[in-house]
Design a protein around this ligand. Structure first.
Ligand code: PEP
Ligand code: MG
Length: 539
């Protein structure tokens, strides 16, 4: 059995045989050619063939996924007519006397790099389109066939990444789920998967040489994991969940627009956890009552230089404006441990989970912290924004944070930039914070319990270490008692307390948490309606 986690881009669970799509070796060789006219004619023919294929794909897609989602194939046809692209290819063939395949490959690569480096998410997603049309042209120049995906039995598609044309060629009746190593929540794969209503997971760290077509695979887009070659126990669990899901799916839609309130009138707030602006669609789709955790560090990961104040301000403002008057809790940079960002030059640590992470970085590097705080205070003008600080262990840290916030306020006032001081809360995710929660409650506006780290630090088990799964008991009495203690201490001070770790989405504990007095749960958007349903059934 091989169990891997991934990012859910569309919720659901499926089990079936894998169809592993390995990209053919697309290395295109540079060849000198004699007859330039013949080569340009070959290119024009390949272009015409590509356009004809795209026209047919467009018609098929309109029928299956509607005009809006099919539009990508119209865009591809237009791109093939784009003078900047075709002129560059033709000029390369003529001036360098090289084969059309090579000219297409180089032009496609250069142009997609330009898009990949753009700031706008949508523009970045266009890089995949350029690659898609270039691959199609090369296939046609080689007299190649499209991947035959129509004739398969119901399967789970496993791939490095999927181009829109690959996705739409598939007979959607026969696709149970999509699982890819790469891709983004904004990619066409994700959009099409949502429209096709099939589970999809991206960012699954698979070695495609280790898995093969025909292997049984469980694509669990509820827990965010993929299991290859599952044990009998895992198969039985998946079968149970699939059945349950099918029955529930329809009923759940009725939960939209309803209040999350127990039968005896206790109101519980159901918020969503997000990693970026691109997740807002799921938040709205699932009728979340706000955002309880925006993991802002995703703005910092995988990029150099750090995001500017303006860039952050735009992202935060977009989130609060989209959520209208609903609550949006943005957590400040929680980098370190499993979320490494090389450009922060944190240096190698023997034990990163106990090292320089989250608020410790912010307090050691007030320059980085202030940039984020400025963006947050500015965005707070546009809606109901709250700031939340991660990994607190001591009272003095909160004092230091407030001092920096005061400085930021003074700066913004001096610069006459509009801002608002938002509500400020902390994450309770270390045993130290639990033990000090009575005093911390007096200093902050709210608590949010981060059970992922709280469990890790309480049980002394690295949350990333799969080998310790048998020791990692998220329902451990010690953790549950800590949660109760934090809730009581918060309420004694009249402060709100929620749970934003994964445990908050565990339906087996929902009732327990509500009875403990937890005010809100912040969970992945796909869990909202499910939890609302069970809370509404509680006495
Ligand atoms: C947590 O620790 O429970 C939490 C919500 O934060 P993260 O998982 O991002 O560390
Ligand atoms: Mg945490």
């Amino acid at each position: 059995m091989l169990r891997l986690s991934g990012k859910i881009v569309f919720r659901g669970i499926a089990m079936g045989p894998a169809v592993v799509l390995k990209k053919k070796d697309e290395t295109v060789e540079r060849q000198k050619i004699e007859d330039v006219d013949h080569e340009t004619a070959r290119f024009e023919e390949a272009k015409a063939a590509s356009k004809e294929q795209l026209r047919k794909l467009y018609e098929k897609a309109v029928e299956e996924v509607g005009e809006t989602n099919a539009a990508v194939f119209e865009v591809h046809q237009m791109m093939l007519d784009d003078a900047a692209y075709t002129d560059a290819v033709l000029q390369m063939i003529r001036t360098e006397c090289i084969n059309a395949e090579f000219a297409v490959a180089v032009t496609g690569h250069d142009l997609s790099e330009v898009f990949a480096n753009m700031e706008d998410d949508l523009m970045r997603a266009r890089a995949a389109d350029i690659k898609d049309i270039s691959d199609r042209l090369i296939r046609n120049l080689n007299g190649g066939e499209e991947i035959g995906l129509a004739a398969m039995e119901p399967s789970i598609i496993v791939a490095d990444d999927l181009t829109p044309s690959e996705t739409v060629q598939m007979d959607k009746e026969k696709i149970l789920a999509l699982v890819t190593v790469h891709g983004s929540a904004d990619s066409h794969t994700a959009i099409l998967a949502r429209t096709m209503d099939i589970p999809a997971l991206i960012g699954v760290p698979m070695d495609l040489e280790q898995v093969h077509t025909g292997m049984t695979v469980i694509a669990d887009g509820i827990r965010g994991e993929v299991i290859f070659d599952p044990t009998l126990e895992a198969v039985e669990r998946a079968e149970g969940q699939i059945k349950e899901e099918q029955e529930r799916q329809e009923l759940l839609q009725e939960m939209k627009g309803k209040e999350t309130v127990t039968r005896d009138g206790r109101r519980v707030y159901l918020y969503a956890n997000i990693g970026g602006v691109e997740d807002l669609g799921y938040v709205l789709e699932n009728d979340a009552e706000g955002i309880g955790l925006f993991r802002s560090e995703f703005l910092y990961l995988g990029r150099d230089p750090l995001p500017t104040e303006e860039e952050q301000f735009q992202a935060y403002r977009q989130v609060v404006q989209t959520m209208k008057e609903k609550k949006v809790i943005i957590r400040t940079l929680d980098i370190g441990a499993d979320k490494q960002a090389d450009h922060l030059c944190l240096g190698k640590e023997e034990n990163p989970a106990l090292g320089c992470r989250a608020i410790r970085i912010c307090l050691k590097r007030p320059d980085i912290f202030k940039t984020q705080l400025r963006a947050l205070l500015r965005a707070a003008v546009y809606g109901d924004l709250s700031i939340m600080y991660p990994m607190i262990t001591s009272l003095w840290e909160v004092d230091s944070i407030y001092q920096i916030v005061d400085e930021v306020e003074e700066e913004l006032t001096r610069e006459q930039i509009p801002f608002k001081r938002p509500e400020q809360g902390i994450m309770i995710e270390t045993p130290a914070a639990v033990m000090l929660s009575d005093e911390l409650a007096e200093m902050v506006d709210f608590f949010s319990i981060g059970t992922n780290d709280l469990t890790q630090y309480t049980l002394a088990i690295d949350r990333q270490n799969e080998d310790l799964d048998s020791f990692y008991d998220p329902h451990h009495k010690a953790v549950l008692r800590m949660i109760k203690m934090v809730v009581d201490n918060a309420h004694r001070c009249g402060k709100r307390v929620g749970i934003c770790g994964e445990l908050g989405a565990d339906p087996k504990l929902t009732e327990k948490f509500v009875r403990m007095g937890v005010d809100g749960l912040s969970v992945s958007p796909a869990m909202i309606l499910r939890l609302r349903e069970s809370i509404r059934q509680m006495q």
